[in-house]
Design a protein. Structure first.
Length: 391
């Protein structure tokens, strides 16, 4: 057969070759950014980390924790470090260190266990660190700087052992970097010196599990109103009994999800919907736990209940698509993912899910079309989807 008789190369294959070339270039650029040694990285980012000590109304010490500057005069830490305090002090780790008072929280996120503290520190003493919404890969090296057991500025390193999801919360990063009490609020750094997550100490069977909430959740915090620590400590006292009980069960369920205990989490979330059948987030969590148990039909019912209560819930549509996908009901999955993408055109995950579903159906041109939509939204998911074309 002559060259003129050869069949034309499919356009999608040509595009894929170009994408692969771009990936190689990005990989080389990433390697170049990782030239700093760990000691150099620690010296560069350590001044952005702080030690936090809290006190009760009598001036007695309560908890110690860690945090880091995200803006001048603003420190990010775990909410549980400061929520019972009446006085909070923040100590910087540059030079000999200096202690500065904090007057309260500028914003807080109860579900994510995050708080932004207002700190009376001169701007020239503030070292703001870079955050990234990019997730680390499993096996990637990371390091933590914090104050375990009040050993200020301690450094530990390890790798990312897993990345998993908690609906309505975000991605959870599990690492082998050792952490202890006092590390709560510590930044988790990648080897480019960027913060990829915030440590929250969780305990199971007497052992700390090395977990961090991915940095993307920080975008939900809006530091625009100061809540004094007295008000922060008493904010939930006036909740009605049933509502307070439902809130306790919901938090308990989230803690179980952090630890990957889906059976325990399901029991807690079912308590919530029994006490408050109109809580959409709890129905979504029930559905998620049912998916993890392999009970797709029950998961679908839970997600549909969430949508009856909140017809425009992007999270519910996206998770409903997952349940259909795992049940091999691909047409229904596509319909649900399309609804999520319609409601949130910037949601890269919905386009990734659509691409994966089209690949399952063998419709590679349709999957490639989704990759074009995904590329400007989420480069990492875009590259992940392209990798599936090669399989």
């Amino acid at each position: 057969m002559s060259k003129s008789q050869l069949p034309p190369i499919p356009r999608w294959l040509l595009a894929l070759c170009l994408f692969a070339s771009a990936l190689v270039g990005a990989a080389h650029a990433q390697q170049a950014q990782q030239a700093e040694s760990l000691p150099e990285l620690v010296r560069r980012v350590k001044p952005s980390v702080v030690a936090i000590v809290t006190y009760d109304a009598k001036g007695e010490p309560l908890l110690s924790g860690s945090g880091f500057f995200i803006r001048p005069g603003q420190v990010l830490t775990n909410l549980h470090v400061v929520e019972g305090a009446r006085r909070v002090e923040v100590k910087t780790l540059d030079g000999k260190g200096r202690i500065y008072p904090s007057q309260g929280a500028l914003d807080f996120d109860e579900e994510a266990d995050l708080a932004i503290l207002s700190v009376d520190v001169p701007p020239e003493r503030t070292r703001v660190i870079e955050l990234t919404n990019s997730l680390p890969e499993e096996g990637e090296g990371v390091f933590v700087i914090g104050n375990p057991l009040r050993l200020e500025g301690s450094v530990s390193d390890g790798i990312v052992s897993a990345v998993r999801e908690v609906p309505n919360l975000g991605k959870i990063i599990q690492t082998t970097a050792p952490i202890s009490h006092g590390n709560s609020g510590s930044p988790v750094f990648n080897y480019r010196g960027q913060v990829v997550g915030v440590v929250t100490v969780k305990v199971t069977n007497g052992q700390n599990i090395n977990l961090a909430l991915a940095s993307a959740r920080l975008n939900s915090l809006k530091p625009d109103k100061l809540t004094p620590y007295d008000a922060l400590a008493t904010r939930n006292r006036n909740l009605p009994g049933g509502e307070a009980s439902a809130e306790w069960w919901y938090k308990n369920g989230l803690n179980s999800l952090w630890l990957g205990n889906y059976d325990g989490a399901l029991g807690s979330f079912e308590q919530v919907v029994n006490k408050n059948p109109n809580r959409v987030e709890a129905w979504i969590q029930v559905g998620y736990c049912k998916v993890k148990q392999g009970k797709m039909s029950e998961a679908i019912r839970a997600y549909k209940q969430a949508l009856r209560l909140r017809p425009n819930s992007v999270e519910a549509y996206n998770k409903l698509g997952d349940a259909y996908y795992y049940a091999s009901n691909f047409d229904e999955a596509i319909a649900a993912y399309r609804q999520a993408a319609r409601l949130r055109p910037d949601l890269g995950e919905a386009f990734y899910n659509l691409g994966m579903t089209y690949l399952e159906l063998g419709d590679r041109p349709a999957a490639l079309a989704q990759s074009h939509l995904l590329r400007p939204l989420d480069v990492e998911l875009y590259q992940k989807l392209l990798n599936e074309f090669r399989r």
